[in-house]
Design a protein around this ligand. Structure first.
Ligand code: F6R
Length: 244
């Protein structure tokens, strides 16, 4: 596990964007695993800038997002499909037919989960997986649990996740209670994983996840066992790490 400690959120975003741009330039047909949330917003805006500056093309990449709220209409402004379109897909030359998020309605959850796993398998798995870190240690929406779920599955969101995500809704009651998320097994099969973390509020969970025991109660701790993980974090998020 490699740590890159940047001074600010701005430099976390710049470093992450640079890593992803280099990766896409070296492997234009790669499969990217993408995340939503507040943390990658700065990185997406830098990717868009780089695309307009002619530094990268997303024409041939395939993408799979980590997760989507269950039951939400993809056209709803709170859906993760909407987030991705608004912050990235609509602003670069990506082929939207090669961008996937878990299906969020219209089928049984198990069908949506199985077909997402099949799509990822048919694409050859994830080459570069981007992750954020939840306040409770979740990655994707793999919440603290008695075990590490392998494949895509339906989850009941933890009360702390509903609370954290309520900032994006008019009230906590509007936050969907369930989501479909890629499993830990799929994330661990990605060839390279880059985790972005920012802010003092994440300092405690950073230590638990990356210096504590590998336990499913802290889902991100499993990343300690992955051979190619890079954690890019700002000084505030790194402040309790023993190496910082
Ligand atoms: C988002 C996702 C989540 C977030 C995590 C951190 O697709 O899978 O695991 O990465 O909740 O969210 P922020 O960045 O908003 O703190």
């Amino acid at each position: 596990m490699q740590f890159v400690i940047a001074d600010t959120y701005e430099s976390v975003s710049a470093q992450a964007a640079q890593e992803l741009i280099s990766f896409v330039n070296e492997s234009p047909y790669c499969v990217l695993g993408l995340a939503t949330g507040s943390t990658p917003l700065g990185m997406y805006s830098k990717l868009v800038e780089a695309y307009h500056a002619g530094e990268v093309s997303f024409e041939n990449v395939t993408t799979f997002n980590l997760d989507e709220y269950w039951g939400i209409d993809p056209a709803n402004s709170q859906s993760y499909r909407h987030y991705m379109d608004e912050h990235f897909f609509n602003l670069v030359n990506i082929d939207k037919n090669r961008t996937s998020l878990p299906q969020s309605q219209g089928v049984l959850p198990q069908v949506a989960c199985n077909s997402y796993d099949e799509l990822i398998f048919e694409a050859g798995g994830i080459d570069f997986q981007l992750l954020g870190l939840g306040n409770n240690g979740h990655i994707g929406f793999n919440e603290p649990a008695p075990n590490f779920p392998v494949g895509t599955h339906l989850v009941d969101l933890a009360p702390s996740t509903i609370q954290a995500n309520s900032r994006l809704f008019s009230c906590a009651d509007e936050v969907p209670r369930q989501a479909i998320t890629m499993g830990i097994g799929t994330i661990m099969h990605a060839r390279k994983v880059v985790v972005l973390v920012s802010g003092a509020g994440k300092a405690e969970i950073v230590v638990k996840a990356f210096e504590g025991p590998v336990v499913p109660e802290v889902p991100a701790s499993i990343l300690q066992l992955h051979p190619h993980v890079e954690v890019i974090l700002d000084r505030a998020a790194a402040s309790q790490l023993s190496l910082a």
